[in-house]
Design a protein around this ligand. Structure first.
Ligand code: AMP
Length: 394
């Protein structure tokens, strides 16, 4: 392990970000504004972080030697992408402080381990079974009932690697799709279906000194398992919001997170708050903090991993964020020089546009987002969805 560092890492130092996606790009922009140098580590050269950082290291996330070479000269490394093998995380940590530490990634990158952590620590989550065989899947369905959701334990995101099961005759096909693998059976998790009232998330930072600063919970709606609109305030009774916030704080403490993490929740129709999943990094539902809060989630990540005091998470006004997926582009629009109508979207007062610089607008791919601030959350949602509708097919 690199020696524990407790002195703050000050502007002028060099921060490493593992992953080159939009979360890395927005982290780099916040850090450079504060006077840091940023080096991103990515497995592709043409990535959103490339234009926002001082240096890009391109290599394989499974190559521990590449990662430790890239980490030389960095003062701290943090993440925007958590699906790296634990040996690679440990290789980084041997050279440089890694925040959050690799063990946090190890727990949260695998649904089975994450659920085991939640159960062990007494956090309420969906009923579930870890499944390693077709017979195991049949037994899990018998135990949990249908409908249920079958998910790959590792490397799933944005609904990828998930199948909703509604009838027993779907079991074999679901196992064949997700579980059977040429290199051997994949570990899966079967979750009982939660007939939720809504989904919310809490983005929070935890500093080196253990101090926690949560942002207000966000209400999230999904389309095709991908976040569609996030809005704050979440317009739920205070006890529900307080329980979600307190649960997120306890999870960050139990995991020993130093940095930013997001806890996603299901709120059931009778007001129960169940943990869905944990992301040990900034989160799509926290993007509206850029315009709406005293400190953005990205500046907060810089502060937390550098051992600086956390910023105020006060929200200045209601806000809503709508994702811009590749679907917003006209079919083969980019090739034909056709873009969504950004001028129309920006004509809606209070709306800001973020585009991530990705070249290929594939369906389901997060290309950017819009944020609206307004006097009420209903107005913010109306503005941001109207702006997206004006831009394109949204
Ligand atoms: P996840 O990647 O696990 O967050 O799943 C993506 C989305 O699928 C969630 O945000 C929910 O909208 C939906 N989903 C996942 N698991 C369940 C479940 N057990 N019950 C109901 N909906 C679910």
């Amino acid at each position: 392990m690199a020696p524990a560092q407790t002195n703050p890492i000050l502007p002028g130092s060099t921060l490493g970000i593992l992953g080159g996606g939009q979360l890395g790009a927005m982290f780099a922009a916040a850090a450079r504004r504060m006077g840091y140098r940023v080096e991103a580590i990515s497995d592709v050269a043409d990535c959103p972080a490339a234009i926002h950082c001082d240096r890009l290291h391109v290599g394989d996330y499974t190559d521990a030697a590449f990662l430790s070479r890239a980490a030389t000269g960095l003062d701290v490394v943090t993440f925007e992408f958590e699906n790296i093998p634990i040996v690679a995380g440990r290789a980084l940590a041997a050279v440089v402080p890694v925040r959050p530490c690799p063990e946090v990634l190890f727990t949260t990158q695998d649904r089975g381990r994450e659920k085991a952590f939640l159960v062990r620590e007494g956090f309420a989550c969906a009923p579930h079974r870890v499944v390693r065989s077709l017979d195991g899947l049949r037994a899990a369905v018998a135990a949990l009932g249908l409908p249920a959701v079958l998910k790959t334990a590792a490397f799933g995101y944005d609904g990828k690697g998930q199948i909703r099961l509604t009838a027993e005759d779907e079991i074999d096909a679901a196992w064949a799709t997700l579980g059977a693998h040429p290199t051997g059976p994949q570990e899966l998790v079967l979750e009982g279906w939660i007939d939720f009232d809504c989904e919310i998330s809490v983005v929070a930072a935890r500093g080196l000194d253990g101090v926690i600063a949560p942002f207000a919970p966000s209400r999230n709606t999904h389309a095709r398992h991908i976040l569609d609109v996030a809005s704050v305030p979440a317009a739920l009774p205070d006890p529900v919001l307080q329980e979600a916030t307190a649960t997120a704080e306890r999870i960050l403490t139990a995991l020993g997170v130093v940095g930013v993490a997001c806890v996603e929740f299901f709120v059931t129709k009778n007001g129960r708050v169940l943990v869905n999943e944990i992301a040990p990094r900034t989160h799509n539902s926290g993007h509206l903090t850029i315009e709406a809060c005293d400190t953005s989630q990205f500046e907060q990540q810089v502060r937390a991993v550098c051992g600086l005091p956390l910023g105020s998470t006060r929200q200045r006004s209601p806000a809503a964020m709508a994702n811009l997926l590749g679907d917003c582009w006209p079919p083969s629009g980019r090739a034909a020089g056709r873009e969504p109508d950004w001028a129309a979207a920006l004509g809606v007062p209070g709306v800001t546009l973020h585009l991530y610089g990705k070249n290929e607008p594939r369906p389901g791919r997060k290309m950017g987002h819009l944020t609206a601030v307004a006097d009420t959350v209903e107005e913010a949602i109306e503005k941001v969805t109207r702006a997206r509708g004006l831009a394109g097919r949204g």
